[in-house]
Design a protein around this ligand. Structure first.
Ligand SMILES: Nc1ncnc2c1ncn2[C@@H]1O[C@H](COP(=O)(O)OP(=O)(O)OP(=O)(O)O)[C@@H](O)[C@H]1O
Ligand SMILES: [Mg+2]
Length: 258
Protein backbone atom coordinates (compact mmCIF):
# COMPACT_ATOMS: atom_id res chain seq x y z
CA UNK A 1 0.00 0.00 0.00
CA UNK A 2 1.29 3.45 -0.91
CA UNK A 3 1.97 6.17 1.62
CA UNK A 4 -0.56 8.62 0.20
CA UNK A 5 -3.51 7.43 -1.87
CA UNK A 6 -6.18 9.53 -3.57
CA UNK A 7 -9.14 7.53 -4.74
CA UNK A 8 -12.05 8.60 -6.87
CA UNK A 9 -11.71 12.28 -6.07
CA UNK A 10 -14.45 14.43 -7.60
CA UNK A 11 -14.82 18.16 -7.26
CA UNK A 12 -17.05 20.84 -8.76
CA UNK A 13 -16.94 24.57 -8.37
CA UNK A 14 -20.58 25.50 -8.77
CA UNK A 15 -21.69 24.09 -12.11
CA UNK A 16 -18.14 23.38 -13.28
CA UNK A 17 -16.93 19.82 -12.84
CA UNK A 18 -13.20 20.05 -12.33
CA UNK A 19 -12.27 16.57 -11.12
CA UNK A 20 -13.97 13.28 -12.00
CA UNK A 21 -12.96 10.21 -10.02
CA UNK A 22 -9.28 11.16 -10.12
CA UNK A 23 -6.85 8.61 -8.72
CA UNK A 24 -3.22 8.83 -7.80
CA UNK A 25 -0.78 7.64 -5.17
CA UNK A 26 2.76 8.27 -4.03
CA UNK A 27 5.07 6.20 -1.92
CA UNK A 28 7.87 7.11 0.46
CA UNK A 29 10.99 7.91 -1.55
CA UNK A 30 9.02 8.08 -4.77
CA UNK A 31 8.78 11.07 -7.09
CA UNK A 32 5.51 11.25 -9.00
CA UNK A 33 4.97 13.79 -11.75
CA UNK A 34 1.49 15.25 -12.15
CA UNK A 35 1.00 16.65 -15.62
CA UNK A 36 -1.85 17.86 -17.78
CA UNK A 37 -3.01 20.82 -19.79
CA UNK A 38 -3.89 24.19 -18.29
CA UNK A 39 -7.09 23.76 -16.31
CA UNK A 40 -6.82 19.96 -16.15
CA UNK A 41 -7.29 20.12 -12.38
CA UNK A 42 -3.74 19.54 -11.08
CA UNK A 43 -3.56 22.39 -8.58
CA UNK A 44 -7.11 21.71 -7.43
CA UNK A 45 -6.27 18.07 -6.76
CA UNK A 46 -3.23 19.11 -4.72
CA UNK A 47 -5.25 21.62 -2.71
CA UNK A 48 -7.65 18.79 -1.91
CA UNK A 49 -4.69 16.87 -0.46
CA UNK A 50 -3.65 19.77 1.76
CA UNK A 51 -7.24 20.38 2.79
CA UNK A 52 -7.60 23.87 1.33
CA UNK A 53 -10.43 22.48 -0.82
CA UNK A 54 -12.85 19.80 0.22
CA UNK A 55 -13.53 16.96 -2.22
CA UNK A 56 -17.17 16.34 -3.13
CA UNK A 57 -16.49 12.61 -3.27
CA UNK A 58 -13.65 10.16 -2.90
CA UNK A 59 -11.08 9.45 -0.21
CA UNK A 60 -7.52 10.37 0.73
CA UNK A 61 -5.49 8.06 2.92
CA UNK A 62 -2.11 8.45 4.54
CA UNK A 63 -0.69 5.13 5.76
CA UNK A 64 -4.06 3.60 5.04
CA UNK A 65 -5.96 6.01 7.31
CA UNK A 66 -8.40 8.49 5.86
CA UNK A 67 -7.34 12.10 6.43
CA UNK A 68 -10.51 13.64 4.97
CA UNK A 69 -11.76 14.77 8.36
CA UNK A 70 -8.50 16.64 9.14
CA UNK A 71 -8.13 20.38 8.60
CA UNK A 72 -5.14 21.84 6.75
CA UNK A 73 -3.16 22.41 9.96
CA UNK A 74 -3.72 18.83 11.08
CA UNK A 75 -2.72 17.48 7.67
CA UNK A 76 0.45 19.52 7.82
CA UNK A 77 1.15 18.08 11.26
CA UNK A 78 0.76 14.62 9.66
CA UNK A 79 3.57 15.51 7.28
CA UNK A 80 1.89 16.91 4.18
CA UNK A 81 3.64 20.01 2.84
CA UNK A 82 2.89 21.98 -0.29
CA UNK A 83 5.21 24.53 -1.86
CA UNK A 84 3.15 26.97 -3.89
CA UNK A 85 4.22 28.50 -7.14
CA UNK A 86 4.52 31.96 -5.58
CA UNK A 87 6.53 30.35 -2.73
CA UNK A 88 4.82 32.54 -0.09
CA UNK A 89 8.13 33.93 1.15
CA UNK A 90 8.56 37.23 2.98
CA UNK A 91 10.84 38.95 0.51
CA UNK A 92 12.05 41.66 2.91
CA UNK A 93 13.20 39.20 5.55
CA UNK A 94 16.37 37.14 5.60
CA UNK A 95 16.72 33.40 4.96
CA UNK A 96 16.47 32.21 8.55
CA UNK A 97 13.42 34.37 9.25
CA UNK A 98 11.70 32.85 6.24
CA UNK A 99 12.60 29.30 7.11
CA UNK A 100 11.18 29.77 10.60
CA UNK A 101 8.43 32.23 9.70
CA UNK A 102 6.00 32.28 12.61
CA UNK A 103 7.90 29.56 14.49
CA UNK A 104 11.04 31.42 15.52
CA UNK A 105 12.98 29.80 18.36
CA UNK A 106 12.53 32.07 21.37
CA UNK A 107 14.93 32.82 24.19
CA UNK A 108 13.31 33.02 27.57
CA UNK A 109 14.85 34.50 30.67
CA UNK A 110 14.64 32.27 33.74
CA UNK A 111 11.95 30.45 31.85
CA UNK A 112 9.54 33.26 32.74
CA UNK A 113 9.87 36.19 30.39
CA UNK A 114 9.43 35.11 26.82
CA UNK A 115 9.75 37.19 23.76
CA UNK A 116 13.24 37.50 22.36
CA UNK A 117 13.85 35.63 19.16
CA UNK A 118 17.00 33.55 19.38
CA UNK A 119 18.59 34.75 16.17
CA UNK A 120 21.79 32.75 16.57
CA UNK A 121 19.99 29.44 16.97
CA UNK A 122 17.74 30.38 14.09
CA UNK A 123 20.64 31.13 11.75
CA UNK A 124 22.42 27.93 12.72
CA UNK A 125 19.32 25.79 12.16
CA UNK A 126 18.58 27.53 8.87
CA UNK A 127 22.10 26.77 7.70
CA UNK A 128 21.63 23.12 8.76
CA UNK A 129 18.51 22.84 6.65
CA UNK A 130 20.28 24.29 3.62
CA UNK A 131 23.26 21.98 4.14
CA UNK A 132 20.88 19.03 4.44
CA UNK A 133 19.71 19.89 0.93
CA UNK A 134 23.29 20.00 -0.28
CA UNK A 135 22.56 23.54 -1.48
CA UNK A 136 24.96 26.42 -1.38
CA UNK A 137 23.45 29.81 -0.55
CA UNK A 138 25.91 32.67 -0.26
CA UNK A 139 25.45 35.00 2.74
CA UNK A 140 22.09 34.04 4.19
CA UNK A 141 21.80 37.27 6.19
CA UNK A 142 20.12 39.31 3.50
CA UNK A 143 16.56 39.76 2.27
CA UNK A 144 15.19 36.72 0.47
CA UNK A 145 14.09 39.01 -2.35
CA UNK A 146 17.74 39.54 -3.27
CA UNK A 147 18.25 35.84 -4.06
CA UNK A 148 17.67 34.38 -7.51
CA UNK A 149 14.50 32.43 -8.35
CA UNK A 150 16.24 29.09 -7.94
CA UNK A 151 17.76 30.10 -4.63
CA UNK A 152 14.35 31.23 -3.42
CA UNK A 153 12.96 27.85 -4.42
CA UNK A 154 15.72 26.28 -2.29
CA UNK A 155 14.70 28.44 0.66
CA UNK A 156 11.06 27.42 0.24
CA UNK A 157 12.10 23.75 0.19
CA UNK A 158 14.28 24.24 3.29
CA UNK A 159 11.29 25.82 4.97
CA UNK A 160 9.14 22.82 4.08
CA UNK A 161 11.80 20.51 5.54
CA UNK A 162 11.55 22.13 8.96
CA UNK A 163 8.08 20.59 9.21
CA UNK A 164 9.60 17.10 8.81
CA UNK A 165 7.37 16.31 5.86
CA UNK A 166 6.54 12.85 4.60
CA UNK A 167 4.99 14.20 1.43
CA UNK A 168 6.16 17.32 -0.40
CA UNK A 169 3.99 18.73 -3.18
CA UNK A 170 5.61 21.17 -5.57
CA UNK A 171 3.52 23.20 -7.99
CA UNK A 172 5.62 24.34 -10.96
CA UNK A 173 8.89 24.79 -9.05
CA UNK A 174 10.95 25.30 -12.19
CA UNK A 175 8.56 27.32 -14.35
CA UNK A 176 10.35 30.65 -13.96
CA UNK A 177 13.94 29.45 -13.68
CA UNK A 178 17.06 29.67 -15.81
CA UNK A 179 18.47 26.39 -17.10
CA UNK A 180 21.16 25.97 -14.48
CA UNK A 181 18.74 26.77 -11.68
CA UNK A 182 16.32 24.20 -13.01
CA UNK A 183 19.04 21.58 -12.62
CA UNK A 184 19.67 22.53 -9.01
CA UNK A 185 15.97 22.33 -8.16
CA UNK A 186 15.83 18.89 -9.81
CA UNK A 187 18.82 17.91 -7.69
CA UNK A 188 16.95 19.06 -4.58
CA UNK A 189 14.04 16.84 -5.56
CA UNK A 190 16.44 13.88 -5.89
CA UNK A 191 17.75 14.79 -2.44
CA UNK A 192 14.23 14.68 -0.94
CA UNK A 193 13.70 11.29 -2.57
CA UNK A 194 16.95 10.00 -1.06
CA UNK A 195 15.70 11.04 2.35
CA UNK A 196 12.63 8.89 1.87
CA UNK A 197 10.25 11.77 1.30
CA UNK A 198 7.39 11.27 -1.16
CA UNK A 199 7.36 14.03 -3.78
CA UNK A 200 4.59 15.12 -6.12
CA UNK A 201 5.87 17.38 -8.86
CA UNK A 202 3.49 19.41 -11.00
CA UNK A 203 5.18 20.72 -14.10
CA UNK A 204 4.58 21.66 -17.70
CA UNK A 205 8.28 21.08 -18.39
CA UNK A 206 8.02 17.49 -19.53
CA UNK A 207 11.74 17.02 -19.95
CA UNK A 208 12.20 17.82 -16.27
CA UNK A 209 9.37 15.48 -15.34
CA UNK A 210 10.85 12.67 -17.42
CA UNK A 211 14.29 13.17 -15.91
CA UNK A 212 13.39 13.31 -12.22
CA UNK A 213 10.26 11.19 -11.64
CA UNK A 214 9.62 7.50 -11.05
CA UNK A 215 6.05 7.71 -12.27
CA UNK A 216 3.91 10.17 -14.21
CA UNK A 217 0.20 10.68 -13.67
CA UNK A 218 -1.62 12.48 -16.44
CA UNK A 219 -4.80 14.42 -15.72
CA UNK A 220 -7.04 15.27 -18.62
CA UNK A 221 -10.22 17.27 -18.07
CA UNK A 222 -10.14 16.22 -14.43
CA UNK A 223 -9.80 12.51 -15.14
CA UNK A 224 -6.78 10.30 -14.58
CA UNK A 225 -5.86 9.66 -18.18
CA UNK A 226 -2.65 7.71 -17.58
CA UNK A 227 -0.35 6.40 -14.88
CA UNK A 228 3.01 5.78 -16.51
CA UNK A 229 6.24 4.30 -15.22
CA UNK A 230 8.81 6.88 -16.25
CA UNK A 231 11.52 4.40 -17.21
CA UNK A 232 9.09 2.69 -19.55
CA UNK A 233 7.51 5.67 -21.22
CA UNK A 234 8.39 8.32 -23.77
CA UNK A 235 7.71 11.98 -24.35
CA UNK A 236 5.28 11.04 -27.12
CA UNK A 237 3.24 8.80 -24.84
CA UNK A 238 3.06 11.47 -22.15
CA UNK A 239 2.06 14.20 -24.59
CA UNK A 240 -0.50 11.98 -26.26
CA UNK A 241 -2.10 11.28 -22.86
CA UNK A 242 -2.13 15.02 -22.12
CA UNK A 243 -3.79 16.03 -25.38
CA UNK A 244 -5.89 12.91 -25.81
CA UNK A 245 -4.91 9.72 -27.59
CA UNK A 246 -6.64 10.73 -30.81
CA UNK A 247 -4.58 13.86 -31.20
CA UNK A 248 -1.29 12.27 -32.20
CA UNK A 249 -0.42 15.11 -34.54
CA UNK A 250 -0.26 17.51 -31.62
CA UNK A 251 1.83 14.98 -29.73
CA UNK A 252 4.26 14.68 -32.60
CA UNK A 253 4.47 18.46 -32.95
CA UNK A 254 5.19 18.80 -29.26
CA UNK A 255 7.83 16.09 -29.49
CA UNK A 256 9.66 17.77 -32.33
CA UNK A 257 9.45 21.12 -30.53
CA UNK A 258 11.44 19.44 -27.78
N1 LIG B 1 -11.68 28.42 -6.65
C1 LIG B 1 -12.16 28.12 -7.87
N2 LIG B 1 -13.40 28.49 -8.25
C2 LIG B 1 -13.88 28.17 -9.47
N3 LIG B 1 -13.20 27.48 -10.39
C3 LIG B 1 -11.96 27.09 -10.08
C4 LIG B 1 -11.37 27.38 -8.81
N4 LIG B 1 -10.12 26.85 -8.78
C5 LIG B 1 -9.95 26.28 -9.98
N5 LIG B 1 -11.04 26.41 -10.75
C6 LIG B 1 -11.21 25.88 -12.11
O1 LIG B 1 -10.89 24.51 -12.07
C7 LIG B 1 -10.22 24.11 -13.26
C8 LIG B 1 -8.93 23.45 -12.89
O2 LIG B 1 -8.05 24.41 -12.36
P1 LIG B 1 -6.62 24.05 -11.81
O3 LIG B 1 -6.04 25.30 -11.27
O4 LIG B 1 -6.73 22.90 -10.89
O5 LIG B 1 -5.87 23.59 -13.13
P2 LIG B 1 -4.35 23.21 -13.34
O6 LIG B 1 -4.31 21.85 -13.92
O7 LIG B 1 -3.59 23.45 -12.09
O8 LIG B 1 -3.93 24.25 -14.50
P3 LIG B 1 -2.54 25.04 -14.74
O9 LIG B 1 -1.63 24.06 -15.42
O10 LIG B 1 -2.94 26.14 -15.65
O11 LIG B 1 -2.03 25.52 -13.41
C9 LIG B 1 -10.09 25.37 -14.10
O12 LIG B 1 -11.11 25.37 -15.05
C10 LIG B 1 -10.25 26.48 -13.09
O13 LIG B 1 -10.78 27.62 -13.69
MG1 LIG C 1 -2.10 24.82 -11.58
Amino acid sequence: MSLLVLSNISKSFGPVNVLHHANMSVDAGEVVGLVGDNGAGKSTLMKIITGIYKADAGDITLDGQSILHLDPGERRAMGIEMIYQDLALAKQQDVASNIFLGREPVKSFLGIIPGMVDKRTMDRKAQEMIDRLGANLPAINRPVGTFSGGQQQTIAIARALTFDPRVVIMDEPTAALAVREVQSVLDLIRQLKKQGIAVILISHRLNDVLSVTDRIVVLRHGRTEANLTTSQTTMTKVVSAIVGGDDMEAAAAHESAG
